[in-house]
Design a protein around this ligand. Structure first.
Ligand code: X8Z
Ligand code: ZN
Length: 603
């Protein structure tokens, strides 16, 4: 699909037309040859940038920062040059399906395009590396003492002291977000100039154009999905606010209105599972076990947690992770240097040099995150036979959803099978509400956050929000979508969005919103394929090779086909839909609405 017809003229003006072939090649063959050469060169540059990026993120210093910025600039320069030429070749009639699709991807799949003028790509890459460094090295305080990012994340989950929570929340947002505000504004200006050079309205429009449909259609699709699931969020919000009020009293959390952001067990209030103890159904409905406690009781260490994650994929028939994965991954935070602790998965050579980079703590959150990261690695390996421009997920939401769909299978019964839970402790059917509520605290609570991070950036990229409005717009959207407020007023010089990893790292975030919805579609399809008959949330497809084969068929397609084709291959449907998620939580929704009777919903 070609979106911007007039770009051809523009592209020809900006880049020298390739020399006419002496031997009379057809225009189609020329386009094929261009694509083959471009994707090979790009792949090489991406591998080099991956190597530099890995060293930087696992050993932050001024030299590794410069090296990663240089390698990143080289990739961007190449990608932009390819995109400009691609627009011209895309006008060729009768292109093959693959050449047409690849030319399109060359334009849309650039996260942050640079202007073509001298030095611009380097300036952008330098700013980006510096912001990532600020985030990676970032510290908050607790009782006046510095506390690093991974420790503060953990303490936000376990502390129940409102003053401590407020101190950690405020110091983290002040120390990490504020110092990068000017850099961020400059990055936005450069990125927009780059995107406009490629014929997009702005960077946000370019991001939205990467889903096999127009940017407008994609924005409308996210809105449709949000409206499908919003009633569930509203019910959860009302219920949780009531419980927080009961625990902390009116002075800390009022009965009505928004929720104080630091009370929800997570620095960004994005997932609330860590405060399940505060909201658990009274008495008999409670789950009766806690994964963090089980891991600790059974003496799990980070390595054993990763091995357990691998075990799930092996049980589906996937080959074990390569030896190099175990040698080269970063599982725990090194003591002797600064690193980026935010979890990520890598495939350095785009073949099988798979790695994860985490600062694993022995807790339930990180156990889930390990499955999430391994989902990326198994996806990467499954599509490694695809040509370079197809080395990607069907869309980025698919990539984020695979490991999560697997982690939905971490049911009580599964925990028994792997020896983490004693059979006598498996919650009976009357504890279903507790199990569903525990899941909803992470899965449902996340939805508005997953949506708003990019709605915020879309506003910034479009120019609707200017640097002086960065803070107010963030606070406004957090209130509008999540119904939360900061624990104390924020000055106009704050930049709270910068205190969330994906903003300085420039990683689009709508992918996680899509993934939250898609993972239930995948999970439902897998359980159906496994012949599961009971309540959906009790299904585990652990050990089911048929599911593994079916899953692999979708994964190995990579980005070679539009995402509805991939979705159909695994689920039979071509639509992203909130229905599977709503069906999973249907009994909880009913229960929540009963509990909420007489309470005012909304804020
Ligand atoms: O960033 C991540 C992964 C790496 S792709 C750990 N996630 C989002 C986040 O932490 O904000 C997973 C869930 C949402
Ligand atoms: Zn991920």
């Amino acid at each position: 699909m070609k979106r911007i017809v007039s770009l051809a003229a523009l592209a020809t003006a900006l880049v020298a037309a390739p020399a006419l072939a002496q031997d009379a090649k057809t225009p189609q063959a020329e386009a094929d040859a261009f694509v083959a050469k471009a994707e090979k060169e790009l792949n090489q540059a991406v591998i080099e940038a991956g190597q530099a990026g890995w060293v930087y993120e696992t050993y932050i210093n001024q030299d590794t920062e410069a090296l990663t910025a240089r390698a990143d600039a080289a990739v961007t320069t190449l990608a932009v040059s390819n995109a400009l030429q691609a627009a011209k070749y895309a006008q060729t009639p009768n292109l093959s399906y693959d050449t047409d699709r690849k030319l399109d991807r060359m334009r849309t799949a650039i996260t942050l395009p640079a202007p073509t003028r001298e030095g611009a790509a380097q300036e952008m890459a330098t700013i980006k590396a510096r912001m990532q460094g600020i985030y990676g090295k970032g510290k908050g305080t607790l009782n006046g003492q510095p506390i690093n990012g991974s420790d503060i994340e953990e303490r936000m989950g376990t502390s129940r002291n409102p003053d401590e929570l407020k101190e950690m929340w405020t110091s983290w947002h002040d120390n990490v977000g504020k110092p990068m505000k000017a850099d961020y504004a400059q990055l936005v200006a450069l990125g927009n100039e780059g995107a406009q050079g490629l014929g997009f309205a702005d960077v946000g429009a370019q991001w939205r154009s990467n889903y096999d449909m127009s940017p407008e259609e994609f924005a409308a699709l996210t809105e449709k999905l949000w409206q499908e699931v919003k009633p569930l969020y509203d019910s959860l919000h009302t219920y949780v606010r009531g419980k927080l009020n009961a625990k902390y009293g009116d002075a800390v959390q009022a009965k009505t209105g928004p929720i104080r952001a630091d009370l929800l067990g997570n620095m960004w209030a994005q997932e609330w599972g860590n405060i399940y103890d505060i909201v658990a159904p009274a008495g008999a409905g409670d789950v009766g076990y806690d994964v963090t406690e089980l891991l600790k009781e059974k003496g799990y260490d980070p390595l054993k947690m990763v091995k357990t994650g691998e075990g799930f994929f092996s049980s589906l028939g996937f080959a074990p992770l390569p030896k190099t994965f175990w040698e080269r991954s970063q599982f725990v935070k090194p003591q002797d240097r600064e690193v980026v602790c935010h979890a990520s998965a890598w495939d350095i050579d785009n073949v099988e040099d798979l790695r994860i980079k985490m600062c694993i703590k022995v807790n339930g959150d990180d156990f889930t995150t390990i499955h999430h990261e391994l989902g990326h690695n198994y996806y990467q390996r499954a599509y490694n036979k695809q040509p370079p421009l197809y080395l990607d997920g069907a869309n980025d939401g698919f990539h984020e959803a695979i490991g999560d769909a697997i982690a939905l299978s971490i049911t009580p019964e599964y925990l028994v099978q792997i020896g983490l839970l004693d059979r006598s402790k498996v919650p009976s059917a009357d504890k279903d509400i507790g199990l569903l509520l525990r899941q909803a605290m992470d899965k449902v609570a996340f939805l508005p956050f997953g949506l708003l991070v990019d709605r915020y950036r879309w506003q910034i990229f479009s120019g609707q929000v200017k640097p002086e409005g960065y803070q107010q717009a963030w606070t406004d959207l957090r209130l509008k979508y999540q119904g939360i407020v900061p624990p104390s007023p924020r000055g106009a010089d704050a930049f709270d969005a910068g205190a969330k990893y994906h903003v300085p790292a420039v990683v689009p975030y709508t992918r996680y919103f899509l993934a939250r919805i898609l993972q239930f579609q995948f999970y439902e399809a897998a359980c159906k394929a496994a012949g599961w008959k009971g309540p959906l949330h009790r299904c585990s497809f652990y050990g089911n090779k048929d599911v593994g084969t079916k899953l692999n068929a979708m994964l190995e397609m990579g980005a070679s086909k539009p995402w509805p084709d991939a979705l159909q291959a695994f689920t039979g449907s071509r639509e992203m839909s909130g229905k599977a998620m709503m069906a999973y939580f249907a009994p909880l929704k009913k229960w929540l609405d009963k509990q909420n009777k007489g309470m005012k919903s909304g804020w």
